[in-house]
Write a protein of this length. Structure first.
Length: 397
């Protein structure tokens, strides 16, 4: 995958003697000690990470951890003290003001916690504002804005004013405005934290839905662990201006890097984060063409009462029970075509365990884990689900 954003050894010291603060932080002094001794505030220290194209990368931490400062360094709203930032392989820390403005107009979109909409402009005019600044002809920019409003479910509100919209609707307008110039990268700073819980959840769903359509590179700042786990492909957990761990949601939950991370994640509901791929078993399977005798033998050897049947290229065809296979053998049938049960539960590798629990509760068959081409990857039975959850809990403890 292409590296869209690369940050190397980035530090930001607020004050007129940053070199003094950098020297002390290298010696292990805390932010508080450095502020007391020098009057300099450590915002970010020695941060390095890479973000792949199309990835949702979450910067997470408590207030004062440096996450918003780091985000603003990435588009140089805040000037880094030392370090490099590469966007599409270009070091933007060396950009002139003119080149930086061009970067922000064309490659970076920003969504803030405060919606920052123009109260005197209509919804469609707000969305089209960035294109207007770029000199795009009115008909073209309004057509683009209308298309984006339809995408975020606000097409009927294009002539309304911001004060006529709810908070969630205003944030949708902000999101559409950020997408209007078709930036490769979206920077989102606590974008949903000011919303009510139900609206916040709705906006998270909206973002995930939009991402499946537009596939942007997103760097998302939040202090909410549940939000980070829900939307992030990877999470960077920050403390006192430093990154203490980078990983997928499951990696951070099941393999915390230190005691701080462990305490941060200890109350998370694991069923919301564990996915099918993490608990599935190797599947027992039989080819459809192999017939009931082979199916019965394989079930007997594995100690199971049903077995998944696949095509020659391992695509899932259905499931066969021992009872049906026995009767088919007695009838002299040569393959499994007539006894395939095709109405069976399936899941993708990234399906959350919380979604699997009700499926397994209602089904008499295991869940088949398949890829986008219907190839059988694994199987989940009730016992495997419970064992996987217990194993992950024990690993965490």
């Amino acid at each position: 995958m292409k590296k869209k954003v690369v940050v190397e050894n980035l530090s930001k010291i607020f004050g007129d003697r940053p070199e003094k603060a950098l020297d002390l932080v290298k010696k292990g002094h805390s932010k508080e000690e450095i502020l007391e001794k020098t009057g300099q505030a450590v915002g970010v220290y020695d941060v390095s990470f890479e973000v792949e194209e199309g990835e949702v990368f979450v910067l997470m931490g408590l207030s004062g951890s440096g996450k918003s400062t780091l985000l603003r360094c990435i588009n140089r709203l805040i000037e880094p003290t030392v370090g490099k930032i590469y966007i599409d392989d270009e070091d933007i820390t060396s950009f002139s003001e003119e080149k930086l403005r061009e970067l922000r107009r064309k490659k970076l979109g920003m969504v803030f916690q405060r919606f920052a909409l123009f109260p005197h402009r209509t919804v469609i005019q707000n969305v089209a504002f960035g294109l207007e600044i770029q000199g795009v002809e009115e008909r073209e920019r309004l057509a683009k804005a209308r298309q984006l409003l339809e995408m975020v479910g606000l097409k009927e509100w294009e002539n309304a004013y911001p004060d006529q919209l709810s908070g969630g609707m205003q944030q949708r307008v902000g999101l559409a405005r950020a997408l209007a110039s078709d930036p490769g990268i979206l920077l989102m700073d606590e974008a949903f934290s000011g919303l009510d819980p139900l609206i916040k959840r709705e906006m998270q769903n909206e973002l995930l839905s939009l991402q499946s359509k537009v596939n942007k590179t997103i760097i998302f700042v939040t202090h909410d662990l549940d939000e980070a786990l829900r939307i992030g492909d990877r999470i960077a957990l920050m403390k006192d201006g430093r990154i203490v761990q980078i990983g997928t949601p499951e990696e951070i939950l099941t393999n915390p890097a230190n005691e701080y991370v462990r305490k941060f994640v200890e109350d998370v509901d694991m069923t919301k984060v564990l996915v099918a791929e993490g608990i599935m078993k190797r599947p027992e399977m039989v080819a459809v063409k192999e017939g009931p005798r082979v199916a019965l033998r394989m079930m007997r050897e594995a100690g199971i009462s049903s077995i998944f049947a696949v095509t020659r290229d391992r695509r899932l065809a259905g499931i066969v029970t021992a009872e049906d296979a026995y009767e088919a053998r007695e009838r002299g049938e040569k393959d499994l075509t007539n006894i395939l049960i095709t109405d069976i539960p399936t899941a993708r590798p990234n399906t959350p365990v919380s979604d699997l629990i009700p499926i397994l509760a209602e089904s008499k068959f295991p869940v088949a884990v398949i890829d986008e081409n219907k190839k059988l990857l694994g199987v989940i039975v009730r016992g495997a689900l419970l064992a996987g959850m217990v194993r992950k809990r024990d690993e965490t403890e």
